[in-house]
Design a protein around this ligand. Structure first.
Ligand SMILES: *Cc1c(COP(=O)(O)O)cnc(C)c1O
Length: 374
């Protein structure tokens, strides 16, 4: 069986966990947390990086930092994972869902301005499959309308928009180290802060609303409860695991790119013959090989292809159910149709993608699939 995802272990994870235990400090914000955060700050251009227990938690921190209150509006693509919206809904926001482009699941920037009202506080953009949203257009809208931009870069580690790493452009950004992402810690995430105004408060929210981080740096002589917050920081055990992954990040990325290009170079003609579209070829540094997806001609064709692969012991999956049609939010949605998001819900298929993948076997099985005529 070729699974859809298999978490990759570099071999050093348990060694570093053992070391963290031996150091005698296994709560958060210790040796390995600092190593990881310094790495992200020095290599990706973030002004401040804070490890979190998940990308969902990092998004919740963004909602608190953005001062989202009941009745505020937040613009979010409908074609995304639940957490992108959930974090803001918990603060009382009304979500104004935006559609995708017709040929790309990312938020259609030409539609955003029409959704902005006096209540709009933030726009959350999602770099789907690690491919950048049109950040120049998005940041121009932010400046013009004085709204915050939060990049949900859960899938976008190591990928760039023009010269800049994704996650370093919006006011705030979030990453995921869930076991389905490129580098992992089981569950885990990161808040990247690019607008310095948010740094001090983010540290407080991260540490249960206390100024404990300042205290440990010797900047204040006692610590206490100064703001809202939660326990958003992971233990050193998680950070130690993540450090082993970070040390191997280039190797992991190269391997994934090899698989990605094998799919890209070998599926084009088959796709054309079957009226299927394959992922576009991004510019060199704008591809992190998080995912390889196909856009099938119809939902029926996608089901047939999934079944075909299943008979050859290969697990391919689809997602997302557009959030404006979700059980939880459909009654709260304002009723606008979002046809492009719905099309991706019906027709997008993700192929297996992980470090140890035998992509030749997957391609061979796919090439045996012929769409039935009629
Ligand atoms: C994976 C993912 C998340 C959630 O990440 P967690 O670390 O599991 O909370 C959020 N948004 C997007 C776009 C994702 O792909």
């Amino acid at each position: 069986m070729i699974p859809f995802n298999k978490p990759y272990l570099t071999g050093k994870e348990t060694l570093y966990i053992e070391d963290a235990v031996k150091r005698g400090h296994i709560a958060g914000n210790g040796y390995y947390t600092k190593k990881c955060q310094n790495y992200f700050q020095s290599n990706f251009g973030f002004k401040k990086a804070l490890l979190t227990t998940s990308c969902t938690d990092a998004l919740e921190m963004c909602a608190i930092l953005a001062n989202i209150k009941a009745g505020d509006e937040v613009i979010i693509p409908s074609f995304t994972f639940v957490s992108t919206a959930l974090a803001f809904v918990r603060q009382g926001a009304n979500i104004v869902f935006a559609d995708s482009y017709s040929d790309n699941p990312n938020i259609d920037t030409t539609k955003i301005e029409g959704l902005i009202t006096s209540k709009t506080k933030a726009i959350v953009v999602v770099h789907y499959a690690g491919l950048a949203c049109d950040m120049d257009a998005i940041m121009a809208i932010a400046t013009k309308h004085n709204v915050l931009i939060i990049e949900d870069a859960a899938q976008a580690i190591c990928s760039k928009y023009k010269e800049k790493y994704l996650g370093s452009i919006g006011h705030l950004a979030t990453f995921s180290f869930h076991e389905t992402k490129n580098i992992i810690s089981g569950e885990g995430g990161l808040l990247a802060i690019n607008d310095e105004r948010f740094i001090d408060r983010a540290e407080i929210i991260w540490e249960k609303g206390t100024n404990r981080a300042e205290f440990f740096r010797g900047e204040v002589n006692k610590y206490g409860w100064v703001d809202t917050g939660s326990s958003f920081l992971p233990s050193e055990i998680i950070a130690a695991f993540l450090w082993a992954q970070i040390e191997n990040i280039l190797d992991i990325q190269n391997k994934r790119l090899e698989h990605w290009f094998f799919y890209y170079n070998n599926l084009g003609e088959w796709a054309k013959n079957n009226h299927i579209k394959i992922m576009p070829l991004p510019e060199k540094e704008a591809n992190n090989a998080h995912m390889f997806y196909l856009i099938c001609k119809s939902e029926a064709q996608r089901s047939a292809l999934i079944n075909h692969l299943k008979t050859r012991e290969i697990h391919a999956v689809f997602h997302y159910l557009s959030l404006h049609n979700s059980d939880y939010y459909k009654s709260k949605h304002d009723g606008r149709a979002l046809p492009n998001s719905d099309e991706f819900t019906k027709r997008l298929l993700r192929l297996p993608m992980f470090y140890e993948l035998n992509e030749k076997k997957v391609v061979k099985a796919i090439l045996e699939f012929k769409t039935q005529l009629g």
